[in-house]
Ligand binder design. Structure first.
Ligand SMILES: C[S@@+](CC[C@H](N)C(=O)[O-])C[C@H]1O[C@@H](n2cnc3c(N)ncnc32)[C@H](O)[C@@H]1O
Length: 350
């Protein structure tokens, strides 16, 4: 065990080169940025009352303990079924006793048993190995107005590497695209929204992001058939042409159903002090264009991003970067318009 520092917190955790689920207790220092974002989310979200938090699959307890030391909750529960995790969580709780801003309770239970034996929460964080499917029932234990945060690390299963698995686990069709991480995130969201609907819950995504290793989405929990039906209307399809890179949101297609509504509550994002780069500026299109791939299709060199922005804005076409990829471009225009612009900015490759 090594002592790490994260935010206000000190913690004991294994010092593994490559974190795996076979570790004595799971800890991935590289997910620190993800936890920074969670803390930022909890601090920015407009809670109706002092919140009760549940870190359902807590590992070392790092995420819940960061909320207990950097936010203002009423109480934080840390739970993990692994006895080693329980021991480490208790050790980390003791280590940070002087920094805590609220009561913290630690338990060693199967997540489903924990949910069955506890009341409701304002915020439940579901941070599993791989798919969150086994734990989505946690949605039913979030109070109306509260938040369910869902992480998935089975990114390949969601974004086109294994279409059969996507169908089996998430009920969607998928093909590989140049914007597969956004596709995966939107397939995950539509799955959670659909799961919520089956429980008579309106799970409204208010913040979502992706990295190479995971997809994560935060859902505001509401109720009412009207609200649920309105949410479900956002679950649609993409018609995607692998050859031309053309894509269109439609009522049927080769990708979907996937969430085609907004990924972020803009007002909330404005209040968050820590979000992934470019996320604040993202315009709401489904999918982005990977500029080098489009240029390659044209057989042309890749123009500088600033020049592409300038040319599109001159045509009054809304455009933004996105957090999904450093060379990703969100454009409210079809591929034909983008190709014309790229053509006009570059000379033919010799
Ligand atoms: C990815 S790790 C959690 C990481 C932690 N949230 C963090 O930020 O470092 C997933 C955790 O879920 C726990 N777990 C897996 N299945 C469980 C179950 N059915 N009930 C409770 N805990 C479970 C594992 O022991 C592991 O610690």
């Amino acid at each position: 065990m090594k002592k790490f520092r994260e935010g206000e917190l000190e913690l004991y955790a294994p010092d593994a080169k490559i974190p795996t689920k076979d570790m004595e207790v799971f800890y991935n220092p590289e997910k620190r940025a993800c936890r920074d974002i969670s803390v930022s989310f909890v601090n920015a979200y407009g809670w109706r009352q002092k919140l009760v938090v549940c870190d359902l699959l807590a590992g070392t307890g790092v995420r819940g303990l960061r909320i207990a030391t950097e936010c203002e909750p009423l109480k934080v529960y840390l739970n993990d079924a692994n006895p080693n995790a329980y021991r480490v969580m208790k050790r980390n709780l003791k280590l940070n006793a002087g920094r805590l801003r609220c009561e913290v309770e630690v338990s060693e239970m199967n997540a489903l048993e924990f949910l069955g034996t506890h009341g409701s929460f304002d915020y439940i964080d579901v941070d599993p190995f791989g798919s969150p499917n086994h734990f989505l029932v946690a949605a039913a234990k979030v109070r109306v107005g509260g938040v369910l945060a869902v992480c998935a690390t089975d990114t390949a299963a969601l974004s086109g590497t294994y279409p059969r698995v996507t169908g089996r686990k998430y009920g969607s069709k998928v093909v590989m695209t140049n914007f597969h991480n956004e596709v995966g995130l939107r397939i995950l969201i539509r799955h959670v929204v659909g799961y919520g609907a089956a429980l008579d819950l309106a799970l409204q995504p208010v913040f979502a992001h992706s990295t190479r290793h995971y997809f994560r989405a935060y859902f505001k929990v509401g109720s009412g058939a009207g609200k649920i039906d309105k949410l479900l209307d956002n679950n649609r399809y993409l018609m995607y042409d692998v050859k031309t890179l053309e894509r269109e949101v439609a009522d049927s297609g080769n990708i979907g159903p996937l969430w085609c509504g907004p990924l972020h509550d803009k007002a909330l994002v404005e209040k968050m002090v820590r979000v992934p780069e470019h996320l604040k500026d993202e315009i709401e299109t489904v999918g982005y264009y990977l500029v080098p791939k489009v240029s390659a299709k044209l057989g042309k060199p890749v123009p500088r991003m600033e020049r592409i922005f300038e040319a599109l804005r001159q045509k009054d076409v809304p455009v933004s970067r996105c957090h999904f990829h450093p060379q990703g471009l969100k454009v409210e225009a079809d591929i034909g318009t983008l190709k014309k612009v790229l053509n006009s900015l570059t000379k033919q490759k010799k």
